[in-house]
Design a protein around this ligand. Structure first.
Ligand code: ADP
Length: 569
């Protein structure tokens, strides 16, 4: 669930950062010129308050510029930049300002530490107003330390540890706390909070900027380091964005009210304290109740969603089981129908064999006994009847062979291709030259079906060559992701490209004038697919073909070659 628009939050935070930077520069410049033109109210805001020193004003102005440049130059965010050349210029500007700020702080700090005077305090403007300190014009050591931290923080602002932490953010937190305490001191009129020792007082505007600049610094990189939670769109981010402002603004305001009431004589110290404690308890309780109700509602919503999801999942599972069952039933029905069809086609083909053979035999008898009487035309007719009977017989044999391949019992085991080919090749060695690239490997297959498929491919490789050419066949195997592809390559007449995969269909022939019934490749396809394999070919007409079959590889486990020839064509 999303709580808040992250982009909008980020835009608002960077806008605040730029505003804080602008304000800091403006205040710094006004005070600096206040020193130049001797305008005292600008220097201390109210009579009796500490003055902001000229160097402090300058450092705040430069810090503002550094922050402004950094807030316009967010790495990876082109929309935040002013122009194309901007990133480099802005980076240089922010670095120069940051270094000067850190140096101002460092030199001043060294003056305190080593009790020397490097002349920096009154370098630009002479402080003739401050009389009660031994070093007029010098900022407080706490302010100096703050500028050192601020300067370093600007320089390493975008450095991030592997865990996504940003040390620069931790450097500005002490400045923020210091400014916050000083601001409380001014608002509660507790001098010790902003005037620790004689030369360690913080002016009101310094205190304000010491709060605004670090906050602006943190907001300049929303979603990074500590600020992840500020732009977070989870429940955590929602709570953070509501509670932090309440805690930071409301609690000090209550403290101020308590003091104001007491000073105005509305109640005594004891009563005021009790009132403050009670108000704090009420405010805290309301906040806790608010957070608890929010988290509770989220949990309830989530539980409800989870329950709904669980029910949906359950329903989906039931549906899946139902569908699976339906698919299984339909598949069984289809398998039964196919088996029935195959069975009847087998029976019909089988039964057709006898009449066809009888036709052929009687045609022979007719020729033998009455050939002379039939005359030329009569004998031609009888020869045609014989040829048709032979052709029909071949077709019937084809149908029977395909049926046998489809119905053969399928037991898969490891089949060693090397042994299988070695046993087959002698049959072809006479009419053809067969070259086998051993080792071929082992596949998971049915020995008999595979033997049938390979010999069909070899038959074709021997058969489809130009007349008078001795067939040259190469056989090799190539493994491919758990499969083994056996390739039978010939240098024969090839297959025209337009015939495509059609040649694997039953009774499909491309080349006339070559013996065959067009069922060899159909048997290869049917057999290989029954063994979870694939078939295919690449060919160029007139240049030869590569017919292949692909089967899952298997562990070596020698098996006897298929002894029966029941499957042969
Ligand atoms: P048959 O060999 O009985 O014709 P097949 O099913 O084995 O039937 O082959 C189908 C057709 O594919 C063949 O008629 C032939 O046109 C073509 N064919 C098969 N193998 C080859 C090959 N090695 N070279 C050229 N053509 C082939």
């Amino acid at each position: 669930m999303n709580f808040g628009n992250q982009r909008l939050l980020e835009r608002r935070l960077t806008a605040f950062s730029r505003a804080a930077a602008g304000f800091s520069t403006a205040v710094g410049l006004v005070v600096f010129f206040g020193w130049v033109f001797d305008i005292e109210p600008v220097l201390r805001i109210s009579p009796g308050f500490a003055t902001m020193k000229a160097n402090t004003a300058l450092a705040f102005a430069l810090s503002g510029i550094a922050l402004w440049s950094l807030a316009h130059n967010i790495p990876g965010n082109t929309s935040s930049r002013l122009c194309d050349k901007g990133p480099k210029r802005l980076a240089r500007l922010s670095r120069v300002c940051a270094v000067v700020v850190a140096l101002i702080g460092l030199i001043t700090l060294s003056e305190f530490l080593f009790a020397w005077d490097l002349g920096i305090d009154n370098l630009i403007v002479r402080d003739h107003i401050t009389t009660h300190t031994p070093h007029p014009g010098r900022m407080s050591p706490i302010t100096a330390l703050g500028f050192v931290l601020m300067g370093v923080a600007f320089i390493i602002m975008d450095f991030e540890t592997k865990k996504g932490r940003r040390p620069a953010q931790w450097l500005v937190i002490p400045i923020l706390l210091d400014g916050f305490i000083a601001l409380l001191g001014y608002s509660y009129n507790v001098e010790s909070l902003y005037h620790v020792v004689a030369y360690a007082s913080i002016s009101l505007h310094s205190a304000l900027l010491a709060v605004l600049l670090p906050v602006g610094f943190l907001c300049a990189r929303p979603g990074k380091g500590l600020m992840v939670v500020a732009t977070d769109t989870t429940a955590g981010g929602w709570i953070f964005r509501r509670f932090l402002p309440t805690a930071v603004l409301f609690v000090p305001a209550l403290g101020w009210l308590r003091l104001f009431g007491q000073k105005a004589g509305l109640y005594s110290l004891d009563f005021g304290t009790a009132l403050l404690v009670m108000t704090n308890v009420v405010v805290l309780s309301v906040l806790i109740w608010w957070a608890a109700s929010f988290v509770r509602n989220q949990s309830l919503d989530r539980t409800e969603c989870e329950e709904r999801l669980g029910k949906d999942k359950e329903r989906a599972k039931e549906q899946a089981i139902f569908l699976e069952r339906r698919v299984a039933e339909r598949t069984a029905e289809l398998q039964e129908t196919v088996a029935e069809l195959e069975g009847s086609s087998y029976t019909i083909s089988h039964n057709l064999r006898a009449p066809v053979r009888a036709m052929h035999a009687y045609a022979d008898f007719l020729l033998a006994d009455f050939g002379e009487k039939l005359g030329e035309t009569g004998r031609d007719y009888v020869h045609r009847i014989k040829a048709s009977a032979e052709r029909m017989n071949r077709l019937i044999e084809g149908v029977l062979a395909i049926s046998r391949v489809s119905r053969a019992e399928l037991r898969l085991a490891s089949v060693d291709l090397d042994s299988l080919l070695d046993a087959l090749v002698p049959d072809y060695a006479g009419p053809a030259h067969v070259q086998i690239s051993h080792p071929l490997g082992t596949v998971r297959a049915n020995q008999c079906l595979l033997e049938q498929a390979v010999s069909n491919l070899l038959d074709n490789a021997v058969k489809f060559v130009r007349p008078g050419t001795k067939p040259h066949i190469d056989v090799w195997a190539q493994p491919d992701h758990g499969k083994l592809r056996l390739v039978v390559h010939d240098h024969g007449i090839g297959v025209p490209s337009e015939s495509g995969g059609r040649i694997f269909a039953s009774f499909e022939r491309v080349h006339e004038g070559y013996p065959g019934a067009g069922i060899g490749l159909a048997i290869v396809k049917r057999a290989v697919e029954r063994m979870d394999g694939r078939v295919g070919f690449e060919s160029k007409e007139g240049e030869g073909s590569s017919f292949w079959l692909e089967l899952p590889t298997a562990e070596i486990q020698k098996k006897p070659l298929c002894a029966n020839s029941a499957l042969s064509r």
